[in-house]
Design a protein around this ligand. Structure first.
Ligand code: ATP
Length: 336
């Protein structure tokens, strides 16, 4: 039985895009009115991440994947909803209260060069979190941990006095991973950690992450656009569209029988050698702007199965017989 590590319920995030008081005034029907413009990045996310699993989040650009990751890590404050780490609510913590969770939860970013301090050597980058979270360790114990950590991610311990710019992209991402692992977390959020790397290096970093997961029973929230990586790496997959999850399923189930029309379109775009597999599904219609809070199903404008109900009522995530859950009226009504 899977044990939930992170539980997210009703998570919403709206960004105000015209913060300045002056910028909020508009002429509307001959009258001057004040209006804050918002981008609704997350529109009610419910999600559980279990201990030891890799939950991959996929969806097209701007659907809210990074905002979800940042909200979990406390890097952006949600507008509504709750996030729990085991039985502790963590979305309202101040910096001091969050300190314990910084140790338990770490993040690896897309661009390893931007996320490493260029003025710090690898030794300094790693010794800071280790010493901060383990004040009882002597200097020689810290040094020993750094050497072990570097060797474990395939970086020679003798290069610890070098700066980030002296390493390749793949090596820098390994150092970022070593920094995340240095505090022995339970959970790592990885926001497109492979996209800045070339394909052979991607495979090395991915294998390293899988090894570390096995060694330490780590849980990952892994954001990627690469469906081949998802198929290889994920335990479960959450498909997002316009700030909502439209399908959540074990990886095999999702790839063998995608249910939501958006998931079907997304997976049909994967090039396959087998020509008997159906042609890519082309989605028609525009992606609605996230400045308007969606009414009804978020996918309505592009869905070939949309009926009047889809324009007024938001579909709830409904469990299916094969352990997946889908939010779609057409499936619920047996039209798909
Ligand atoms: N700080 C911000 N201020 C205003 N709008 C923002 C901010 N951060 C994100 N957004 C908006 O929120 C929406 C979701 O953005 P987010 O970065 O989470 O998407 P994403 O799915 O991670 O995209 P990508 O795959 O391109 O990284 C987008 O419309 C984006 O423009």
């Amino acid at each position: 039985m899977a044990t939930p590590l992170i539980q997210i319920s009703g998570l919403e995030k709206a960004f105000t895009t015209n913060e300045s008081w002056l910028g909020q005034w508009r002429f509307h029907q001959g009258k001057l009115k004040r209006k804050k413009d918002s981008v609704h990045a997350l529109n009610g996310i419910n999600l559980t991440i279990n201990q030891g699993e890799t939950l991959c989040v996929v969806g097209e650009t701007g659907c809210g994947k990074s905002t979800l990751a940042r909200a979990i890590m406390g890097l952006t404050t949600p507008s509504a909803g709750e996030i729990h780490y085991l039985d502790q609510r963590i979305d309202q913590l101040n910096n001091r209260q969050r300190m314990f969770f910084r140790r338990r939860m770490q993040m690896v970013f897309q661009n390893p060069y931007a996320s490493l301090n260029p003025r710090m050597t690898v030794y300094q980058t790693l010794s800071e979190p280790i010493s901060f979270h383990n004040p009882q360790l002597s200097q020689s114990q810290v040094d020993e941990q750094i050497d072990e950590l570097l060797e474990s991610v395939g970086i020679s311990a003798s290069s610890s006095d070098r700066y980030p710019h002296e390493f390749s992209g793949g090596q820098r991402q390994r150092i970022s991973l070593a920094r995340a692992l240095s505090v022995e977390p339970d959970f790592i959020v990885a926001d497109e950690p492979l996209s800045a790397l070339d394909v052979s290096v991607q495979a090395q970093v991915l294998n390293l992450m899988m090894d570390k997961q096995e060694e330490r029973n780590l849980s990952y929230l892994f954001i990627t656009h690469d469906l081949a990586v998802v198929e290889h790496f994920a335990t479960r997959v959450a498909v997002m569209y316009l700030g909502k999850i439209c399908e959540l399923a074990p990886t095999n189930t999702l790839f063998s029988s995608p249910k939501h029309p958006y998931t079907q379109a997304l997976l049909s775009a994967i090039p396959r050698l087998d020509s008997s597999i159906a042609q890519p599904i082309r989605l028609i219609g525009e992606v609605p702007t996230p400045t308007e809070k969606p009414i009804g199903c978020v996918f309505q404008a592009r869905c070939p199965y949309a009926n009047p109900r889809c324009y007024v009522e938001s579909p709830a995530m409904t469990p299916q017989s094969d352990s997946s859950s889908v939010a779609c009226h057409a499936i619920e009504e047996g039209r798909l």
